[in-house]
Design a protein around this ligand. Sequence first.
Ligand SMILES: [Zn+2]
Length: 196
Amino acid sequence: MIKPSKTKNDRAAKNKSTADENKSRGVKNPVVFRRNSGFCSVAVPEGDPEAWMSLALKEARAAAGEGEIPVGAVVVRDGLIIARGHNHPIKTNDPTAHAEVIVLRKAARKLGNYRLNGCELYVTVEPCAMCLGAALQARISRLVYGALDPKAGAVKSIVRFPVHKTNHRMEIRGGVMADECADVLREFFRKRRPRR
Ligand SMILES: [Zn+2]
């Protein structure tokens, strides 16, 4: 089905909701709109990883609403969101449909380049080996994650992947909004547990 092209009113409504989102997050000077850039125009103060992680958390909650393990991610470049998405391997019968892989694919399509130099990847949970590998393959400049994943995390939990031995320099920061990110997971599994 071909989507109808967006009207002036649709665009105005989208810009208004983006402005509301910025306002609710306490963004003081949120006007970074690049209307025809094709990128999402959510603005965040530079150097504010919590703000990006909040958006990844929103995606994680969306995954929970679909019955998927709640992990969300965003790819950011030059203060703009290039892609956002969440885990959905169950819905798509795709074992590789982790949040990170979803957003890396989306971002690469959008930028028309399989290398995402200068892009930052924000994800609510420490990446697994597959996703860390994908981030390196994509040449992500900076990886920021929230909670640790003691069962699958490949940055420092089940294994410490030697990122420094690869030929790509990727800055890694963990623990951003870790409690909030872990809470979403805890709540999801608590609800799924059968009552006695
Ligand atoms: Zn993964």
